[in-house]
Design a protein around this ligand. Structure first.
Ligand SMILES: [Cu+2]
Length: 593
C-alpha cells in the first residue's frame, strides 16, 4: 500500500507543474513529531535575500487511530513550521497550498489537486467565505499589514483543497518594530482544531539588537510552546501531587480550574513539538554552555493554555531580562534606550510572545524551564504547574543556529509621538460574556460574546456586513474591556498594538505595547465586573480596512467571541492633525504583572 502511495506521488509529481512542491522529499510520516524527552529542535530559518523572502508552504493533516488529529505547515524542503525572517521593508511572497483531507476519509494523495489547478480562479479564495474543517488561511499575528486579500484578511479569505497554491504577498512595513510575530490559520469555527493540531510558526522582523544593544551578539533561540490533546487523558495525577478533592473535578474530567496548581491540565504542552505529557511531564532538553547568555524568543501558540514562565536553577528562580513583548521592544517609548525588564516570571496569554535574555546554569547545576499555574477562574481550564524543559549546562552544547549582530547600527526612534502621550479622541466600553444553553447545567453548550456596550450581545456572524466599531485612521482611542464571565479571557486585536493603562481598575505603569492581554475573570462576588483599560493606536495607514478583535482562547473565538472593526481612511484635512506632543515620556519604573 505504502509503495503504491509513493508511486502515485511520484507520477503526480512528474505530471505537475508545481516544481517547487515536488522538490520536497517524500514524507515518511505526515506531520512527524519528535518523541517525548527529545532535545528541543530549532525550527528551520528561512531568511529574506535581497529584500525578498519567497516561501512555499503546504498544509497537511493526519489522524491515526487513538491519536488526535495533527496538522502541519511543510516547507519546500520538507521541514515543519519554518521561521520566516525578514527585515523591515522586505517583501514576503508566500504560496500556501491546502492539502488538508477530511479526517473521516482516507489520507489524501499529496498534490492530487494540482492536476486540476489550471481551471480555478486564483482570486476565488478572496471571496470564498466558505469556512469548513478543511478550509484554511493565514493570519500574520502582530504585523501592521493591510487587512486585505493576499495580505492579512481573515474575514473572507478561505482556501480550499481544490484551490491552487494561494499567494500571500506583502511588504513588512518599514517602521515595523523588530521582534517575534507569528503565523497561524484563522478560519472561523475551526481555528482551535487547526492550531491545536500544530498549525503555527514564528516570524521574525530582524533588528532587535538595533533597538536594544543589550542583546547584540547573543545566540538566539526560537521556542514555540503549543498545546495539544492529552496523550494520557485517563491517567491519575502523579503520586507526588496532592489529591484534588472530588468536588473540584467537573463532569468532563477535571478540566475545570482547580486554582491549586495541581490536577489534570486541560491540554498537554509541547516545546518546538516535543511533547511534555501529563501526568509525569517528562521534560524536553535544552543544552547550553555553562553560564552562557542567550536570547530566547518564546511564543505561546497554544489554542487555550495560559503560560506563566519561570526558569529555575537548583529550584531557585532566575532573573530573565525581558527585551520585547508581543513583537515590540519594551524600550520603544524612547524613555530608556537599552532598558531590560529583569523579572523572575512572566505571564504569556495564548497568542502572546516574550523575548528575554537568559543566562545558562553553571556547570553541573540542573536547570528547569517551567510554567507556573495560572488561575483562570471557576469557569476556566486547569493550567497547573508543570515543567517544560530541562536546561543542561555542558561545554559541548551546540550553539544555536542564529546569532544576533555583534555591532548593530542603532535603530532610529519612531517619528510618531509615544502612544502614552497622545490623548484619546474617545473612550469605548466592551465586555466579554457567556451564556449556557441550559442555565442549570454548567456543562451544557456555551455561547461566547464580545459586545460593544449598548449593542445587543450576539456571537460573531461571518455573514454580517456591519462592523461593530468604526474608527478614523489617525485616531487614538481608549477602550475599557470588562469581563462578565467566570473565566479569564485574552483580548487580541489584529493590525494594531495597544498600551495597557489600567488592570482590574488600578492604573499600571507598563509603558510598552502589546497585542494580546488578559482580562481578569468575575468571581461572582464583587459589585463591579473586573476590567482593563487599553489605549489603541489607529494612526498607521496600514491598518485602514476591516478586521477583527477577539478572545485568543480559540474555542471562545470559534464560539463567537469576536467583533469587527472598520478603520476608515483619514480625510485629507485631518492628516497630520494628531501630532499633539513631541515631548519625551518621563522615565518611569516598569512592571509586568
Ligand atoms: Cu476567552
Amino acid at each position: 500500500m505504502q509503495k503504491l502511495h509513493l508511486l502515485i506521488f511520484a507520477i503526480l509529481c512528474f505530471a505537475s507543474f508545481h516544481a517547487g512542491l515536488c522538490a520536497q522529499s517524500l514524507p515518511s510520516e505526515t506531520c512527524a513529531r519528535p518523541s517525548v524527552g527529545s532535545i528541543v529542535p530549532e525550527p528551520q530559518d528561512l531568511r529574506s535575500q535581497n529584500g525578498i523572502l519567497k516561501v512555499d508552504l503546504t498544509v497537511r493533516n493526519t489522524s491515526e487511530a487513538g491519536q488526535s488529529a495533527r496538522f502541519c505547515y511543510i516547507s519546500a524542503d520538507g521541514s515543519e513550521s519554518p521561521t520566516l525572517r525578514l527585515h523591515p521593508g522586505d517583501l514576503l511572497i508566500l504560496d500556501l497550498k491546502n492539502d488538508l483531507a477530511d479526517p473521516d476519509h482516507a489520507t489524501v494523495i499529496p498534490n492530487q489537486h494540482h492536476l486540476h489547478a489550471v481551471a480555478v480562479n486564483s482570486d476565488a479564495p478572496c471571496m470564498s467565505g466558505a469556512m469548513t474543517s478543511i478550509s484554511t488561511n493565514l493570519h500574520f499575528h502582530g504585523l501592521t499589514v493591510p487587512p486585505i486579500c493576499h495580505q492579512d484578511d481573515v474575514l473572507k479569505t478561505s482556501i480550499q483543497p481544490s484551490d491552487p497554491p494561494f499567494e500571500y504577498r506583502f511588504r513588512i512595513p518599514a517602521g515595523e518594530a523588530p521582534g517575534l510575530y507569528w503565523y497561524h490559520p484563522h478560519i472561523h469555527g475551526f481555528s482551535k482544531a487547526q492550531v491545536l493540531g500544530g498549525l503555527s510558526g514564528a516570524m521574525i522582523v530582524e533588528g532587535i539588537e538595533r533597538a536594544n544593544s543589550e542583546v547584540a551578539g547573543l545566540p538566539e533561540r526560537v521556542l514555540i510552546i503549543r498545546d495539544q490533546d492529552l496523550l494520557n487523558p485517563n491517567a491519575p495525577p502523579n503520586k507526588s501531587e496532592p489529591v484534588v478533592p472530588k468536588m473540584l473535578i467537573d463532569h468532563d474530567g477535571d478540566a475545570a480550574n482547580t486554582g491549586a496548581g495541581f490536577g489534570k491540565p486541560a491540554k498537554d504542552l509541547s516545546i518546538n513539538f516535543v511533547p511534555v505529557p501529563y501526568p509525569d511531564y517528562p521534560t524536553a532538553v535544552i543544552k547550553m554552555k555553562p553560564d552562557e547568555r542567550q536570547f530566547w524568543r518564546v511564543l505561546n501558540a497554544s489554542a487555550i493554555t495560559y503560560l506563566n514562565l519561570e526558569i529555575l536553577y537548583k529550584r531557585a528562580r532566575q532573573q530573565i531580562g525581558i527585551v520585547a513583548l508581543d513583537g515590540v521592544p519594551v524600550n520603544t517609548n524612547g524613555a530608556l534606550p537599552n532598558s531590560v525588564l529583569w523579572r523572575d516570571h512572566i505571564g504569556v496569554p495564548p497568542g502572546g510572545r516574550v523575548e528575554f535574555i537568559v543566562k545558562g546554569p553553571p556547570a553541573g547545576v540542573p536547570g528547569l524551564f517551567v510554567t507556573r499555574t495560572v488561575d483562570t477562574g471557576v469557569g476556566g481550564e486547569n493550567d497547573p504547574n508543570r515543567a517544560i524543559a530541562t536546561i543542561v549546562a555542558t561545554n559541548d552544547a551546540p550553539e544555536p543556529h542564529s546569532v544576533l549582530l555583534e555591532s548593530p547600527e542603532p535603530l532610529v526612534p519612531a517619528g510618531a509621538p509615544w502612544l502614552g502621550n497622545v490623548p484619546p479622541v474617545r473612550t469605548r466600553k466592551l465586555y466579554f460574556s457567556e451564556t449556557l444553553l441550559d442555565p442549570n447545567d454548567p456543562n451544557s453548550a456555551t455561547t461566547f460574546y464580545l459586545t460593544v456596550d449598548g449593542q445587543t450581545p450576539a456571537p460573531f456572524d461571518p455573514s454580517a456586513d456591519v462592523p461593530n466599531i468604526i474608527v478614523k485612521q489617525g485616531d487614538v482611542e481608549d477602550w475599557i474591556i470588562e469581563n462578565r464571565s467566570t473565566e479569564l479571557h485574552a483580548f487580541h486585536i489584529h493590525q494594531v498594538h495597544f498600551l495597557l493603562l489600567d488592570f482590574s481598575g488600578a492604573p499600571v505603569d507598563e509603558p510598552f505595547l502589546r497585542d494580546t492581554i488578559n482580562v481578569p475573570f468575575y468571581n461572582g462576588k464583587t459589585l463591579q465586573y473586573p476590567s482593563i483599560k487599553i489605549r489603541l493606536d489607529f494612526r498607521d495607514s496600514n491598518a485602514v480596512g476591516t478586521f477583527v478583535y477577539h478572545c485568543h482562547l480559540l474555542e471562545h473565538e470559534d464560539g463567537g467571541m469576536m467583533g469587527v472593526i472598520r478603520v476608515e481612511p483619514a480625510g485629507v484635512a485631518e492628516a497630520g492633525s494628531h501630532e499633539l506632543s513631541t515631548k519625551k515620556p518621563p522615565v518611569r519604573a516598569t512592571g509586568t504583572n
